[in-house]
Each structure stands twice: as structure tokens, then as C-alpha cells.
Design a protein around this ligand. Structure first.
Ligand code: G4P
Ligand code: NA
Ligand code: NA
Length: 194
């Protein structure tokens, strides 16, 4: 079990068969030491991919992305979910539907921050139905840049997002893949369920 998986076991709270709460280190309070580890893991996995930029989405994707950007020596851009007051630039936008929240958000970035020369690593905290990651990939494609892959902190393997992205031929690397949250127990992929 890696550091992240240990942290999930000790501090994660299983709220239902499909929702894992990790507010103590990822979604509310942030554990910088763990984020550093996560950033280095992503950097190692994508070291040979020629990454020039990391693209994530506010808010919980930012912390792991910044640490990965530090390790890879590349800038980090985060898509906004609400239009900024100062946003007078030309935008790339994509509509992202959340099955969990039953709402659609338009995410956007100023088009100056990704160019057709960029090789982009998309990072997010959770991968559930994959809509956020697909929206980010859509933005990369609009910019004419290359999507080198997706780095995910926690993938819920029992939901469809991972399949949707992988079947497009895009590399997905998840640091923890959860197979099941049944009966309040976290089971990781490759672990024997009891
Ligand atoms: P999708 O992009 O994979 O389709 O995800 P979905 O719409 O289902 O998720 C909506 C929000 O809920 C996202 O955060 C996502 O990270 C988060 N989420 C989904 N499943 C879980 C879960 O089991 N546990 C936790 N803790 N979060 C989950 P967001 O609204 O973008 O918020 P933010 O945290 O980035 O600000
Ligand atoms: Na997120
Ligand atoms: Na989130």
C-alpha cells in the first residue's frame, strides 16, 4: 500500500457505497507532505512524456497539480468554474455535467495559457464519471495542444470515468484506484476483498 492509500484507510470516511470523504487531507484541509509525495509520483510517471504544462480545475485539483508542476518544472493552469470579474480575455470553455450534483458548469481558461505547442498533463483530485477530465481534455483539443495523459489522485474504479477516458486512447494514471466502498470498507484495485 502506498502513502496515499494508507492515508485513505486511516482518515477517509466512507459516506455511502459511492462517496468517500477525504476532507482532512485533500478536499478541505490539505496535507502538504502528502501533496509533495503525490506531485513526485505524477512527475515520475510522466517524466518521459515531454510535459510543458499542467491543466487542472478549481479547487481541489490545484494542490496536487502545483506539487507536480514543481517536480516537473512546468506551470500549472486551473480552469475556473465561474467567470472571473477580470476575465476580458478570449476563452476556451467546455460544459461539464456533474451526475453527482445534477448540474452543468461551464469551465473556462483564458486562451493565452495553452498554445498548440503545449504537451499537457491533466490532473484532478477525483475521477468518478470523468466529466471534469473530459472537459479539460476538450479544452486541450480546442487549443490544438497535445493531451499527454491524465493524472488522478483517487479514481473510483466502480464508476465509468476511467473507461471513458482510456477508451479514447488517453493514458490515465491514478495513484489510488478504489474498487469498492461497500459496507463502509475501502477496497483498492488488486486487493482481495474479504
Ligand atoms: P466527474 O467529473 O468524474 O464526472 O465527477 P462528478 O461530477 O461525479 O463529481 C463532482 C464533484 O464531486 C467533483 O468535485 C468531484 O471531485 C467530487 N467527487 C466525486 N466523487 C467523490 C467522492 O467519492 N468523494 C469526494 N470527496 N469527492 C467526490 P468538485 O465539485 O469539482 O469540487 P472541488 O473539490 O474540486 O472544489
Ligand atoms: Na476536482
Ligand atoms: Na473534488
Amino acid at each position: 500500500m502506498n502513502l496515499l492509500q494508507q492515508k485513505i484507510i486511516t482518515e477517509g470516511q466512507v459516506l455511502s457505497d459511492s462517496i468517500l470523504k477525504v476532507d482532512s487531507f485533500l478536499n478541505h484541509q490539505i496535507d502538504p507532505q502528502l501533496m509533495k509525495y503525490i506531485g513526485e509520483e505524477f512527475a515520475g510517471l510522466f517524466a518521459e512524456a515531454g510535459i510543458t504544462k499542467i491543466l487542472t480545475i478549481e479547487s481541489s485539483g490545484i494542490a496536487p497539480s502545483v506539487m507536480a508542476g514543481l517536480s516537473l518544472g512546468v506551470p500549472v493552469v486551473f480552469a475556473r468554474k465561474r467567470k472571473s470579474l477580470t476575465l476580458v480575455d478570449q476563452l476556451y470553455s467546455s460544459k461539464v455535467y456533474s451526475f453527482t450534483k445534477n448540474e452543468t458548469n461551464e469551465i473556462s481558461i483564458a486562451n493565452s495559457y495553452i498554445t498548440s505547442d503545449d504537451v499537457v498533463l491533466v490532473i484532478d483530485d477525483f475521477l468518478a464519471n470523468g466529466q471534469a477530465a473530459l472537459g479539460l481534455i476538450d479544452i486541450v483539443e480546442q487549443a490544438g495542444a497535445t493531451a499527454a495523459g491524465v493524472g488522478i489522485v483517487i479514481e473510483k474504479g466502480f464508476q465509468n470515468g476511467g473507461n471513458l477516458i482510456r477508451e479514447r486512447g488517453i493514458r490515465v494514471e491514478s495513484l489510488a484506484i478504489i474498487d469498492s466502498l461497500s459496507d463502509g470498507i475501502v477496497t483498492f484495485k488488486g486487493e482481495n476483498s474479504r
